[in-house]
Design a protein around this ligand. Structure first.
Ligand code: SF4
Ligand code: SF4
Length: 341
């Protein structure tokens, strides 16, 4: 294990930036978001970023290919630019887990080479939580916020930052940081881990259980009359899908730039009325069906296809951002038979 004083964190940032682009969570006018580090950019004290770290591997929009025509000839141009090394610093345990969920989608057939290249070139420095919030429920899905994982795990105390490598990539980068860090003992962060565990036990969602969901539960919940009541005020804005670190639906479109046609992809939302619209129309015509799709996918369909793994990491973003205060916790409690808060 290595460590540095918080006062010297900037020297660590400088060192990382010598070999790759570095992104850190920095304060913005309405919270915090990952920002490219340049001298003077300070690390935010916020618990988590508004947007998750999935943007680095699965960006909101990206060009896939460009076509240029001249007479009867079509030139196909590979426009990808995602092969630069980069590091993302301060990713929380919930968002680290979201990469496993996304990997199962993008790295199995049909293999997504755009996502894969970014995964290859990205180094993740995770950060253990010291002040989990009332909207956090990562423990429901077996995530320990004091053991965040990824390439390098980090723990922050009042005066120091600790680093532990978990992968070859992590070992390599910590080696490069030896000149700006000192050796440390793993037991130095035991107290911090214990404090986090104690806070987690006291959080309002600490006893939320996912036991009633998972593999083989489609027939139990699909026709539940509760979907209508749960979705009654959903305005289909898609905010919950866009802030979610595990949502991975996208659309592919062509755009004529005047100089050629650019084929790009952009995030889409199963909450939108034109989602998966086909020549015959839309397969889900009501907001209730669309709403059901989102939560069934996270709680039943994804686990059905992925050895029981849920497609929610309990980050709490949808609890904070939905304009009608609807969220996956209310869905779980209502469908599972508990009180609707
Ligand atoms: S954020 Fe809320 S209102 Fe918007 S689509 Fe999601 S559940 Fe519906
Ligand atoms: S469904 Fe909500 S709590 Fe779960 S991962 Fe997505 S945004 Fe986070």
């Amino acid at each position: 294990m290595r460590k540095c004083s918080l006062q010297n964190l900037e020297t660590v940032f400088e060192k990382i930036s010598e070999s790759m682009t570095l992104y850190i969570p920095a304060d913005t006018k309405d919270g915090a978001d990952f920002t490219k580090w340049t001298k003077g950019v300070q690390m935010s004290q916020a618990l988590n970023t508004n947007r998750s770290a999935k943007d680095f591997f699965f960006p909101q929009t990206e060009d896939l290919v460009e076509f240029k025509t001249e007479g009867k000839n079509i030139e196909v141009i590979d426009t990808r630019k995602e092969s630069e090394d980069f590091a993302v610093f301060g990713v929380r345990a919930c968002d680290v887990k979201s990469f496993d969920i996304l990997d199962r989608v993008f790295l199995t057939e049909p293999y997504d080479s755009y996502y894969a290249t970014r995964r290859e070139h990205g180094v993740i420095f995770s950060l253990a939580c010291t002040r989990p919030a009332e909207t956090c429920f990562c423990g429901t899905f077996g995530i320990n916020p004091a053991e965040p994982g990824a390439d390098v795990s980090m723990w922050k105390t009042d005066s120091e930052m600790f680093f532990e490598a978990n992968t070859e990539k992590g070992k390599e980068i910590l080696k490069k940081l030896e000149s700006v860090t000192q050796s440390a003992d793993a037991s130095d962060v035991d107290g911090q881990k214990k404090k986090t565990g104690e806070i987690m036990k006291k959080l309002p969602l600490s006893d939320l259980s996912a036991e009633k969901f998972g593999k083989g539960m489609t027939s139990k919940y699909f026709d539940s009359p509760k979907w209508r009541e749960l979705s009654a005020t959903c305005i289909g804005c898609g905010t919950c899908t866009f802030v979610c670190p595990t949502c991975q639906c996208y659309d592919i479109k062509d755009f004529n730039s005047g100089k050629g046609v650019i084929r790009y992809r952009c995030w889409d939302s199963c909450m939108y009325s034109d989602f998966t619209k086909m020549a015959h129309g839309n397969s889900r015509n009501s907001q209730t069906e669309r709403f059901r799709q989102r939560f069934m996918h996270k709680l039943v369909y994804y686990p059905d296809n992925n050895d029981g793994m849920f497609s929610c990491v309990g980050c709490g973003r949808c609890l904070n951002k939905c304009p009608i205060s609807m969220n996956i916790v209310k869905v779980m409690k209502t469908l599972g038979g508990e009180d609707n808060e």
